[in-house]
Design a protein around this ligand. Structure first.
Ligand code: ADE
Ligand code: ZN
Length: 332
């Protein structure tokens, strides 16, 4: 089997994808038109030219602007459904998707409108495509802890539809400690916990995510490598890192894919996984990310299989489901 055939054949779980980051320009134009919302681009080519980022913030500014055209429940459904079709193409059999309620509620869109559209797409993905999914609600860290607490309150009536809470947006200057209390409340309410840490921010933010937020996974975490004691802890606890290679390249976290540390993290015994983050903005979905690192870092068949196995190990699936998918990978 060629390397590309193996990547395609591997069943995979995606654990780090922002549903608003899967918004392809074609769908953005269509929804903007039907909602009669103006967007600052005339053509798809113009949009793609704007997707030239030099850091996280330069991306976030454009990403939040794009999300402004999403208004009705059907818009959120269409957004998620288009992503599930990409999952099917890439043999992503399970996905745990982030959504950013505050991006929408600050514009006057009801929490339920967002959630109902996403949940309906998740239900259809299960019945029509056989893809399982979970939803993780992220707090925007550039906003206040009070705002996050209010968002958590809005989510409580829908607790059964949201498996966890996370932390995203502008990392530097907004450390996990800013949100210690709201994450304690979320844990108390029974949510699982993840947080973006160590993407642009220092290893110290990863320590805080572990010790103060008490995360079940770290999103990104690539800067953990700067702290050998932290690396030992992550390896010992088998704390998953949801790494996003094309994102790291497009946001200049690495200058060249050949410099990406995912292979070294794997070699040091960390439970690293491959993910697409915001695939409509960063040039590729799950398999594109696998291909990019396989080529740049000369990954072996065993390493590719290990990354896919980790995606299930690190997922919030039950043990029987994890075992089922991992056995399929071993059988390849
Ligand atoms: N929101 C969407 N993508 C993000 C990323 N890579 N880091 C932080 N916040 C995000
Ligand atoms: Zn992310």
């Amino acid at each position: 089997m060629s390397q590309l055939d193996l990547i395609r054949a591997l069943p995979k779980a995606e654990l780090h994808v922002h549903i608003e980051g899967t918004f392809e320009p074609e769908l953005m134009f269509a929804i903007a038109k039907r909602n009669q919302v103006a967007i600052p681009y005339q053509t798809i080519e113009e949009v793609k030219q704007a997707y030239n980022f030099h850091n996280l913030q330069s991306f976030l500014d454009i990403y939040y602007a794009g999300a402004n055209v999403l208004i009705h429940e059907q818009d959120f459904y269409d957004l998620a459904w288009a992503y599930f079709e990409k999952c099917q193409q890439d043999n992503v059999v399970h996905t745990e998707m982030f959504f950013d309620p505050q991006t929408h509620t600050v514009r006057g869109i009801a929490f339920e409108t967002v959630l109902n559209g996403l949940v309906r797409a998740c239900d259809d993905a299960k019945t029509k495509l056989g893809i399982s999914s979970e939803l993780i609600m992220c707090f925007l860290r550039h906003l206040s802890e009070e705002d996050a607490i209010e968002t958590l309150q809005q989510a409580l009536p829908f607790k059964d539809k949201i498996i966890g809470v996370g932390l995203d947006s502008s990392e530097v200057g907004h450390p996990p400690e800013k949100f210690e209390r709201v994450f304690a409340q979320a844990r108390e309410a029974g949510f699982l916990i993840v947080a973006h840490a160590g993407e642009e921010g220092p290893a110290e933010y990863v320590w805080q995510a572990l010790d103060l937020l008490k995360v079940n996974r770290i999103d990104h975490g690539v800067r953990s490598e700067e702290d050998p004691v932290l690396m030992q802890r992550l390896a010992k606890e088998r704390m998953p890192l949801t790494v996003c290679p094309l994102s790291n390249l497009k946001l200049c976290v690495v200058d060249d894919m050949r410099d990406h540390n995912i292979k070294r993290l794997l070699e040091q015994g960390l439970c690293v996984t491959v993910n697409s983050d915001d695939p409509a903005y960063f040039g590729g979905y799950m398999n594109d990310n696998f291909v990019a690192i396989a080529d740049a870092l000369n990954l072996t068949e065993d390493e590719l299989k290990k990354l896919a196995i980790h995606s299930f190990e690190a997922s919030f699936l039950n043990d029987a489901e994890k075992e089922k998918w991992i056995n399929q990978i071993h059988a390849l």
